[in-house]
Design a protein around this ligand. Structure first.
Ligand SMILES: *Cc1c(COP(=O)(O)O)cnc(C)c1O
Length: 356
């Protein structure tokens, strides 16, 4: 993708370089406007990365020490880290094993009087089942911060993810569906006051120069990354369509008794950040594919509750069996923009056992 946009990306760099203005300028402003407009949302605040986007969103909502936040038990560590960074406690809720996303029917049992928010993660580019999640949030007066780091452009019942909750965090890490050429992130919200607070929190807690209302940190989207992102955003839907084309072939043509393909519910228009299959003999399948020169991945081999950094939470093996099952059986197939028909066919043949 970067090669194909060579001229646009170099042009973006030249524009910033000519202006010699690198932090908080025109590029940040115009990307924020474009990203907000793409979503039909009022405000976008560019930040340093996806973890900060989630962390600043939680902080702006006043979530911190003594609070609990519900997160899926099988997400990438950044979701939980955002919660623990603000001093709150992550409460893990198991996913639906077919969609890999948080199971709404298990959320209420995890709500206590300390619960302040839910972070639905649109994992692998699949939208969460948002209607029941928003219903529980309304009923229990909880905030909703969507983790959209893997789901730029995904839709739930026709509506873009990132437009449901109080705020949404995005990552533009290079490998994401919309990636910068370095670290970058953004928060979306329709709440003007929240947007103002997030912007200040990421800029030393400052609302105007040398005036500090919060003990903020430094997390800003720099001009060069914003310019690159503005060059790539108009191509997002096309890049996602490419991933859908690959996914469609995998779904139609992979046929192996031991391989369970991902389920796409009627409400979902996923963007396939990751194409995740499950296989009881995952490691053997992985070796078979790697032996044929096919790169695969595991998302993620160790669930959060068993991570060393969270030993304080005192969880044990068996506490979240679905997350553990996914960690032991999930295999991510090649999925990238520019994959050729031959490459797709080779992956399919390799799994189906035709390539020995
Ligand atoms: C990538 C990712 C993040 C964090 O984004 P960074 O830009 O790497 O900080 C958060 N949540 C999920 C689900 C991610 O995949």
């Amino acid at each position: 993708m970067e090669r194909e946009l060579d001229a646009e990306l170099r042009g973006a760099f030249d524009r910033v370089f000519a202006r010699s203005w690198y932090i908080k300028g025109e590029e940040n402003k115009s990307f924020e406007e474009a990203f907000a407009a793409y979503h039909g949302v009022e405000h976008c605040v560019g930040v340093g990365n996806g973890l900060d986007a989630l962390m600043l969103a939680l902080k702006s909502l006043g979530i911190g020490e003594g609070d609990e936040v519900i997160v899926p038990s099988n997400t990438y560590i950044a979701t939980a880290l955002a919660v623990t960074y603000v001093g709150a406690k992550p409460v893990f809720v198991e996913p639906n094993i077919r969609t890999f996303n948080i199971d709404p029917s298990r959320i209420e049992a995890a709500v206590t009087e300390k619960t302040k928010a839910i972070i639905p993660v649109h994992l692998y580019g699949q939208p969460c089942d948002m209607d029941p999640i928003m219903e529980i949030a309304r009923k229990r007066e909880l905030r909703v911060v969507e983790d959209c780091a893997q789901a730029h452009g995904a839709r739930y019942k026709g509506q873009l993810v990132g437009t449901f909750g109080d705020a949404a965090g995005f990552s533009f890490y290079p490998g994401k569906n919309l990636g910068a050429l370095g670290d970058a992130g953004a928060v979306l919200t329709n709440d003007k006051e929240l947007a103002k607070k997030i912007r200040a929190l990421g800029n030393y807690g400052s609302d105007y120069k040398y005036h500090h209302i919060y003990q903020g940190n430094n997390s800003r989207l720099d001009e060069i990354q914003a310019a690159f992102l503005s060059a790539k955003l108009p191509h997002l839907d096309r890049m996602n369509a490419e991933r859908r084309r690959i996914a469609k072939r995998y779904l139609a043509e992979i046929q192996h008794l031991d391989v369970i393909l991902p389920t796409v519910p009627d409400y979902a228009e996923p963007v396939w950040h990751i194409f995740a299959v499950r296989c009881s003999s995952r490691d053997a399948l992985e070796k078979h594919m790697n032996d044929h020169g096919i790169m695969t991945n595991k998302h993620y081999p160790i669930p959060m509750h068993l991570q060393e950094c969270y030993r304080d939470l005192a969880f044990q093996k068996g506490d979240f069996p679905i997350a553990e099952e996914i960690s032991q059986t999930e295999l991510s197939l090649p999925m990238f923009y520019g994959m050729t028909e031959e490459e797709i066919q080779f992956v399919i043949d390799s799994i189906n056992g035709l390539v020995k």
